[in-house]
Structures are given as structure tokens and as C-alpha cells.
Design a protein around this ligand. Structure first.
Ligand code: SIN
Length: 358
């Protein structure tokens, strides 16, 4: 991670971690075609310099480039580096809060990852970690990045209506828990928060806040961050009309450790997959069912009895369930090494059974 700063790192400050994304994007012809651009082109120091003159009085900023990528290319190693960097900053007494500029395409994955690995620590240290991004590149007319970054810096730095330390996201004037992010629109300025329970960043909604506190009191222990080379291999497979057994059978004998099924309706899958999935599970491949519908919950034994050992994802979407399964497989491996007989299902349940904010 390279570090750029206008203050000594011992002075109390907000830390801005840059991951890239459209917020750091550049369009060659921004006036004619702002949506044809390259993400991850502008350094986080320049994004911070752009808003520096309007940050709240007395707030010092330090920026650090973790990656500068289009987030569709996010890797396991990127998540490890970010997670360890966030943990280190949460423990650093000079850091008052953390803002992360990130691409919106996979901000959903990073949001759940940070909640599951740093959520308790953020709460205990009483610091806010805020993810933000943009839907328009930095040089587009009406670019939304600067106002999103400014809102995130304000949310991270001020004691807003008793909003506790934790992992949040801010975009288009609204804030939500980072674990509730899900980009469900290709272009809307609020795409990652469109379906998330959220609050205005100006005036915190008390019922949203009580939902946040319910989630936080149920989240008792952060899961370990996998080292870059230790992430379990988990694939998302979508059930659809005309699904073939080969889609599952081709994985048998590979090193894959888990499947997340994006099923139809309640999270069901094509009958052509029943026998191949039995074989996969007999081989030790972990199985989680989700729904491809984009909303609602996937529940155990609904609509039919589940294969033994299969977990239903609750309200988790397939991308979130995939991160949860990776972290759960890794946590179970670490626990077993330490002589604790816990399974991936035990760890998965801790994340997926958290209360939902309504
Ligand atoms: C990305 O995810 O890096 C590109 C898209 C975006 O940030 O909106």
C-alpha cells in the first residue's frame, strides 16, 4: 500500500483507502459519452485533494492506495490486503475513522467481507468504516464521486445521532450497513443501495438505527481474514431452464470447495442437478442455496426437503453467500486446527442468521 498524506500520520485523522472503481474513472470524451470510460485511473490522493477544501473544519486526511482496479476484477488477495489494512487502522489510535473508495460492481462482496471480518472490531473501537463509490467517472459532467466522498468523510468523522462504530456505506445521500449493499441497477446513481434498508445521511432514521443496533448486538465475533493464498475456491452456479447435469459433473475431481446455487423461486434447482449435487456433496463440496430472484429469503426445507448438509442462505444474495461460505470454510479450518469441532455450517449460520433491518 502506498501512502500519501497532508499531515503526520500521528495527528488524529481520517484514513481514506483507495481501491479504484468509477469514482476513480476517466472518460476520454466525457461530454459526449460519459458512460464509456476506464475505471481505476485516478489516484486516491487526487480524489481527496479535490474535496479537501470542503471537508468539515479540523478534519485531517491521510490517503492510501490499496489497489486501483475496476472492481469486476477484484481478487481474493485484494480483499485480504484491504481487510488487514482496515484492521490495522481500527487499532491505530491516530485514526478516527476510515473511508474506502471502491468500484460499485462488487462493492456488495467487499461490504459483507468487511462486516464479517472487521464489524466487531469497528464497534469495539467506536470507529466507522465507510464504503463509497460513484456511478459516473470522475471527469463526467455532474460526477457523483465528490459528493459521495464528502458525505462518507462527514459520516466517518462526526458523531451523528449516536450512530455507533461499525461498517457502513454511503452513496447518493443515503447510508446503509455495508452488508446490505447489492448493486441491482446498471446505471442509477443509487444503484448499490437501491434495495437496502437505509437512512438519509443528513438525518438518521431512528428505526434504521435500532435495526443497526440489533445486528451489531447479534454479531459477537469477527471471523478470521484468510491469507491471500488461503481463500477457499467457491463458485456460483445459476439454475435455469434446460440446465444440464454436466454443469455440476465437470467440477467433480477438481479442487473446488463449495457451490452457491442461485436457484429459481425459493432457491430450487433443476431436477437434472439432484444426482450430480449428491455426488458433489459426497466428495466434500459445501452447498448453499440462494434465490436468483433478487429479493426475499431462501429457507431450509422450503419448498422441498434439503439435501443433508446443504445450507439455505436466508436473505443473502448469491455474491454475499459466496463470501460468507468462503469465510465460513476458512474459519472452520482454523477452528479445527485449534482443536475446536466447529463446521462451516456453524460459521455460515452466524453471518446468515443475523437479524434483517426492515
Ligand atoms: C467498478 O466496479 O470498478 C466499475 C463500476 C463502478 O464503480 O460503478
Amino acid at each position: 500500500m502506498s501512502s500519501i498524506s497532508n499531515v503526520s500520520e500521528n495527528t488524529p485523522h481520517l484514513l481514506v483507502l483507495g481501491m479504484g472503481g468509477t469514482i476513480a474513472g476517466l472518460a476520454p470524451n466525457p461530454e459526449e459519452n460519459p458512460l464509456q470510460y476506464q475505471a481505476g485511473q485516478v489516484g486516491v490522493d487526487a480524489l481527496v485533494a479535490h474535496v479537501q477544501s470542503v471537508v468539515p473544519e479540523g478534519v485531517k486526511l491521510v490517503s492510501r492506495q490499496v489497489a486501483n482496479i475496476n472492481s469486476r476484477n477484484l481478487t481474493d488477495a485484494n480483499l485480504s490486503t484491504l481487510g488487514f489494512g482496515v484492521r490495522e487502522a481500527l487499532l491505530d489510535t491516530a485514526v478516527r475513522g476510515i473511508v474506502i473508495t471502491h468500484g460499485t460492481d462488487t462493492i456488495e462482496e467487499t461490504g459483507l467481507f468487511l462486516q464479517a471480518t472487521c464489524g466487531k472490531l469497528a464497534q469495539a473501537q467506536n470507529k466507522r468504516v465507510i464504503l463509497t463509490g460513484a456511478m459516473l467517472p470522475s471527469n463526467a459532467p455532474g460526477a457523483d464521486g465528490p459528493s459521495n466522498l464528502l458525505d462518507a468523510l462527514r459520516w466517518a468523522s462526526t458523531s451523528i445521532d449516536n450512530c455507533p462504530g461499525g461498517v457502513y456505506a454511503v452513496m447518493d445521500g443515503r447510508g446503509c450497513m455495508a452488508m446490505d449493499l447489492a448493486k441491482r441497477h446498471a446505471t442509477a446513481l443509487n444503484a448499490p443501495l437501491q434495495n437496502a434498508p437505509s437512512s438519509s445521511v443528513g438525518l438518521i432514521n431512528p428505526s434504521w438505527l435500532s435495526g443497526v443496533k440489533a445486528v451489531q448486538s447479534a454479531w459477537s465475533e469477527d471471523l478470521p481474514i484468510p491469507e491471500a493464498s488461503e481463500w477457499p475456491w467457491v463458485e456460483i452456479l445459476t439454475s435455469h431452464a434446460g440446465a444440464r447435469p454436466e454443469t455440476i459433473l465437470q467440477w467433480l475431481g477438481s479442487a473446488v470447495q463449495g457451490f452457491v446455487l442461485a436457484g429459481s423461486g425459493h432457491g430450487g434447482f433443476h431436477d437434472a442437478w439432484v444426482q450430480p449435487l449428491d455426488l458433489a456433496m459426497a466428495q466434500g463440496i459445501a452447498l448453499v442455496r440462494t434465490t436468483r430472484t433478487g429479493a426475499g429469503s431462501t429457507l431450509l426445507n422450503i419448498p422441498e426437503l434439503d439435501l443433508p448438509g446443504c445450507r439455505a442462505s436466508g436473505s443473502f444474495t448469491a455474491p454475499r453467500a459466496r463470501i460468507a461460505l468462503q469465510l465460513a470454510l476458512n474459519a472452520a479450518k482454523q477452528a479445527n486446527k485449534a482443536g475446536k469441532p466447529l463446521t462451516w455450517q456453524d460459521f455460515f449460520a452466524r453471518i446468515a442468521d443475523l437479524p434483517e433491518i426492515r
